[in-house]
Design a protein around this ligand. Structure first.
Ligand code: 3PG
Length: 398
């Protein structure tokens, strides 16, 4: 059997970098979307007779083994979805990994323990990363890059290993890139982008670049309070990145000067404390220009939710990244739900970008099929839209 770009893989050991970074509650996987998205490539290689060695990360351990970031539960779920046992190696390139790979028969699949248990994986030092990539490369005859969510990371299992083995782009990465191209090359208009999430500093680059490309930017989530402050409003105890206020002010001004629209919420759902298990939420809707000093904003209000939904429904191209509020608590989930609902009604291309946003729509009970595309990449899709070079893609094209 053949796999695109690699030729004959029957009997060969193929290392696959997948993004299996799923949310966990203890040992329980709360959203297996990224595992499901990774299955087709692994299945295709196994069907072609390859000995499939999957490598992936979970969370951000500090370069050494840390039990709470073990991929063991992921190996179990991956096996269920593939319909065959997945052998689990308790290290990444050590004795267990070597023995596990050697024991594979054609068509069988192994998962290596969290690649970030090794300091070389994320090292900024090329030599250190390279030494670790050498060890990874020794395990296999070829490499398939299929972790779209990590292609923006210059890390050993994403970047350096591709320089050491015959390599190919996996089916998930090419499908994701195809959607990203449709968002950037001549998108159908109106093109509306919805941005949320807690930190505006994570989104500055993408806002900067989208102000040139999209027609309308809708902003919600924790990051909105830095924009409200930039308009001179008080935000009470809400999240605020003081050092970004000036940049937000510039963006608002640039939008005005260039005929683009940045839409901010006109009402906010507030409470006097962040939701916690200890007390019942006491949500209250206030005008965005009247947030009380002792309150913090936790969702966009109903009037804003309706306005955002209308903009989304009227678009021909929509990209959405980041929840509108603290959707994990039902009292603060309505803004996110309204935006998600509107995305399902778009006559055109609707894209949900990112692990968190994807988990949010599933948590709220939406079906994957209701959207044009649910991307597995958060940071990766934002960096693509920013026009940045993605090391994990670049290295494949050399
Ligand atoms: C993600 O969750 O966006 C990817 O898995 C990348 O994870 P990272 O931001 O820890 O590199």
């Amino acid at each position: 059997g053949e796999y695109a770009g690699l030729g004959e893989v029957q009997g060969k050991k193929v290392l696959v970098r997948s993004d299996l970074n799923v949310p966990l509650d203890g040992q329980r996987i709360t959203d297996d979307g990224r595992i499901r998205a990774s299955v087709p490539t692994i299945q295709a290689l196994a069907d072609a007779g390859a000995r499939v060695v999957v490598t992936a990360h979970l969370g951000r351990p500090k370069g050494e083994p840390d039990e709470k970031y073990s991929l063991q539960p992921v190996a179990v779920r991956l096996g269920e979805l593939l319909g065959q046992d997945v052998a689990f190696a308790t290290d990444t390139v050590g004795q267990s990994a070597r023995a596990t790979v050697e024991a594979l028969a054609d068509g069988q699949v192994a998962l290596l323990e969290n690649v970030r248990f090794n300091a070389g994986e994320t090292s900024k030092d090329e030599g250190e990363r390279g030494a670790f990539a050498d060890q990874l490369a020794e395990l296999a005859d070829a490499f398939v890059s299929d972790g779209f969510g990590v292609v923006h990371r210059k890390q050993a299992s994403v970047y350096d290993v591709a320089q050491r083995l015959p390599h190919a782009m996996g089916g998930l990465v090419s499908a994701e890139l195809e959607v990203m191209r449709r968002l950037t090359e001549d998108p159908e208009r109106p093109y509306v982008v919805v941005l949320g999430g807690s930190k505006v500093s994570d989104k500055l680059g993408v806002i900067d670049s989208l102000l040139g490309k999209a027609d309308t930017l809708l902003i919600g989530g924790g990051m909105v309070f830095t924009f409200l402050r930039a308009q001179g409003l008080g935000v009470g105890k809400s999240l605020l990145e003081e050092d970004q206020v000036e940049t937000c002010r510039e963006y608002l001004q640039r939008a005005q000067d260039t005929g683009k629209t940045i839409v901010l919420p006109t009402d906010i759902v507030v409470d006097t404390a962040f939701p916690s298990g200890d007390r019942e939420p006491q949500p209250q809707v206030v005008a965005a220009d009247a947030i009380p000093d002792d309150a913090l904003g936790l969702d966009i209000g109903p009037e804003s939710a309706q306005a955002f939904a209308e903009q989304v429904r009227g678009a021909r191209t929509v990209f959405w990244n980041g929840p509108m509020g603290v959707f994990e608590t039902p009292a603060f989930a309505e803004g996110t739900r309204a935006v998600a609902e509107a995305l399902t009604q778009v006559d055109g291309l609707s894209v949900v970008g990112g692990g968190d946003s994807a988990a949010a729509v599933r948590t709220l009970g939406f079906d994957d099929d209701a959207f044009g595309h649910i991307s597995t990449g958060g940071g990766a899709s934002l960096e693509y839209l920013e026009g940045k070079t993605l090391p994990g893609i670049d290295v494949l094209e050399d």
